[in-house]
Design a protein around this ligand. Structure first.
Ligand SMILES: [Fe+2]
Ligand SMILES: [Fe+2]
Length: 284
């Protein structure tokens, strides 16, 4: 297994944190890092794509039960539904670069979508390679970015964040991709994700509101669009694949209504959500 030295050092909190460790502690840390990486590769996920620093990756590969996951709650000092911007992944949150006065979607991608950016770019890239429509590609590009702000019920939050700026169809596909992720569709080659057995427990059954959303979408004229977001989602945690936002500039230009005042300052009903992503260090 090849170890990415920079990633390893960052996982420990940077060069000064590594320097302060004795050789035994460093050896333990390498072993720990390799074990996590091995499990991560086993489940087909890049460490970055996992997006959850505290998830327990069982070395035996056994899936936890819902009860075991429930028991982990009080072992953490954060709740799992909180957004990436509000969490430390390396033992301290970084100082964020200031946003421009009139921020665009591209500015948020470059400066705030640090943890979700690569995954959503991979999924949009895959949708493009699969010859899907520009609206599906855009839905893939945006589908998980809200997880910088909040993870719980992210499909609904994400659709709300984008609704004023995209078509109804794009917002629909973003909103309901979350529910469809729990349900197989062999016709389109979509299987239940292995990682969900880790996240939710092997005995998890989606709550009634998720089931109801799925049943509604299953018979909806935009089922295909929504299902395609999940299909391209599933295979978009590949280490070393780094599509660039510039590949999607034209699609964004045609299908995303960038407000001239900047995202966060256009007085839209969701402007405060953009400002919260721009300035998560504000105490109030
Ligand atoms: Fe998602
Ligand atoms: Fe995703």
């Amino acid at each position: 297994m090849k170890i990415d030295k920079q990633e390893f050092i960052a996982s420990l909190g940077g060069p000064s944190a590594v320097d302060s460790m004795n050789p035994e502690a460093q050896a333990d840390a390498i072993e720990d890092f390799m074990m996590k990486r091995l499990n991560t590769e086993k489940f087909g996920l890049a460490l970055k794509g996992l997006n959850e620093p505290g998830i327990a990756l069982d070395a035996s590969g056994k899936y936890p039960t819902m009860a075991e996951i429930e028991a982990q709650i009080e072992t953490r000092d954060y709740r799992r539904g909180v957004g990436n911007l509000f969490l430390s992944h390396t033992g301290g949150v970084p100082k964020l670069p200031p946003m421009p006065a009139r921020p665009t979607l591209a500015d948020y991608f470059k400066q705030r979508f640090t943890f979700t950016g690569n995954h959503v770019l991979q999924s949009a890239n895959l949708a493009m390679k699969n010859g899907l429509s520009e609206e599906i590609i855009l839905a893939c590009l945006l589908h998980d970015t809200i997880q910088e702000l909040i993870k719980v019920d992210h499909g609904w939050w994400s659709a709300q964040l984008y609704e004023p700026y995209v078509s109804e169809k794009v917002a629909f596909a973003i909103r309901y991709h979350q529910a469809l992720r729990f349900y197989e569709d062999k016709e389109y080659g979509y299987e239940y994700p292995e990682i969900y057995r880790m996240f939710f427990g092997e005995d998890y059954k989606p709550e009634p509101y998720i089931e109801a959303a799925y049943q509604m979408v299953r018979n909806h004229k935009w089922y295909f669009e929504t299902r395609m977001v999940t299909v391209n989602d599933l295979y978009s945690f590949e280490p070393g694949v780094n599509p660039q936002l510039e590949e999607f500039t034209d699609i964004i230009g045609r299908h995303f209504k960038q407000p001239k005042e900047g995202l966060g300052f256009d007085n839209s009903p969701v402007a405060h959500m953009w400002r919260s992503i721009a300035t998560p260090d504000r105490p109030l």
